[in-house]
Design a protein around this ligand. Structure first.
Ligand SMILES: Nc1nc2c(c(=O)[nH]1)N[C@H]1C(S)=C(S)[C@@H](COP(=O)(O)O)O[C@H]1N2
Ligand SMILES: [Mo]
Length: 320
């Protein structure tokens, strides 16, 4: 990485390798270094200017079904150690995200192969959805992990609202396109907008969740406000942030990382300690906020919920 400033809880260089090494190297070779680093504007003003109309919804009741095997990551770390390439490829994009990302008004499109296409404001969507809190482990492909209290709704509730046609096989989700709010989107070599997808079977699995809150409050900009996917058995890069469209399709999308570095990242991205990334092992993970490295678990420990989804997909590269 280009940034050498490191706090106590950040990773030693050897502990994890960023998703983007390959690409940063190209950027450097091309003389295009990363320009927007180290905004110093205070965060508090950005928040004060934009009261979030959904703030009154939180906290929501915790669903006790989803339990952790480790302490919850301190909020400060989960909201300052982030990946959000629309703001750059360093790990401290949170200040820029707070300052630049405007999350109201925010229009969400539900379209494609559905019985009920619609466009609605995020607050109208929230009013229709059953909100709850879940404790989930987050495992980034860079071999670090966190444990986070997400508030939000099961993705299945949105699928039910949309009423997909029988031919729909995939749900495609995209981040907002807006190079003013997202300076990273001016970098032409990335395949913007950030695109992710699930099969419909995955999308209606009980674990698939749209996070709208974090730590009992509206989800902060840097974590993907106002709507962000959480699929905890998949590597974090599947968890597309700041979603504006849910499109039902019979075609599998080519996702952001798959398009960028197809030899390293695929569509499925299920977590498996026995399948190394081409450039590093996935056997263990650094627990952010502790000195520990712990063994990584198949499907991030969520196999009882999701292993059945993949029984008949033996010819697919399920773990990259
Ligand atoms: N739009 C968008 N979504 C994104 C990313 C991104 O760069 N842009 N990074 C992904 C990656 S690699 C990870 S690990 C998670 C990180 O989420 P967090 O910052 O809330 O921990 O967001 C994912 N969602
Ligand atoms: Mo990641």
């Amino acid at each position: 990485m280009l940034i050498k400033r490191r706090r106590g809880w950040e990773l030693p260089e050897s502990a994890a390798t960023p998703e983007s090494v390959y690409f940063n190297r190209r950027a450097i070779l091309g003389g295009m270094g990363l320009a927007t680093i180290g905004s110093v504007l205070p965060v508090t003003t950005a928040r004060a200017e934009q009261p979030d109309p959904s703030a009154k919804l939180y906290p929501v009741a915790r669903n006790a079904k989803y339990t952790l095997d480790r302490p919850i990551t301190p909020e400060k770390l989960a909201t300052t150690y982030n990946n959000f390439y629309e703001f750059g490829s360093h790990k401290s994009i949170w200040r820029d995200a707070q300052r630049r990302l405007k999350v109201r008004p925010w229009t969400v499109k539900i379209d494609g192969m559905v019985g009920r296409p619609m466009e609605l404001g995020v607050d109208d969507l929230l009013a229709k959805m059953p909100l709850e809190e879940r404790l989930y482990r987050l495992r980034c492909v860079e071999a670090w992990s966190m444990a986070i209290p997400y508030s939000g709704f099961p993705l299945k509730a949105l699928v039910d609202l949309a009423q997909p046609q029988s031919g729909a096989k995939y749900l495609v989700m995209q981040t907002l396109s807006n190079p003013t709010m997202f300076p990273g989107q001016r970098e032409f070599y990335y395949p913007w907008p950030y695109t992710e997808g699930l099969t419909i079977a995955e999308a209606v699995n009980e674990l698939s969740f749209i996070a709208t809150g974090l730590y009992g409050k509206p989800i902060p900009a840097q974590n993907g406000a106002p709507l962000r996917l959480v699929a905890p058995w998949k590597y974090g890069f599947k968890h597309v942030k700041s979603i504006v469209s849910f499109t039902f399709s019979d075609k599998r999308p080519v996702t952001f990382w798959e398009k960028l570095v197809p030899q390293e990242y695929g569509f499925w991205a299920n977590i498996n300690p026995e399948v190394p990334h081409p450039r590093w092992s996935q056997a263990t993970e650094k627990v952010i906020g502790s000195d520990e490295r712990v063994p990584t678990q198949l499907y991030n420990g969520y196999g009882e919920f999701v292993a059945g989804l993949y029984k008949d997909l033996t010819s697919e590269k399920l773990f990259m």
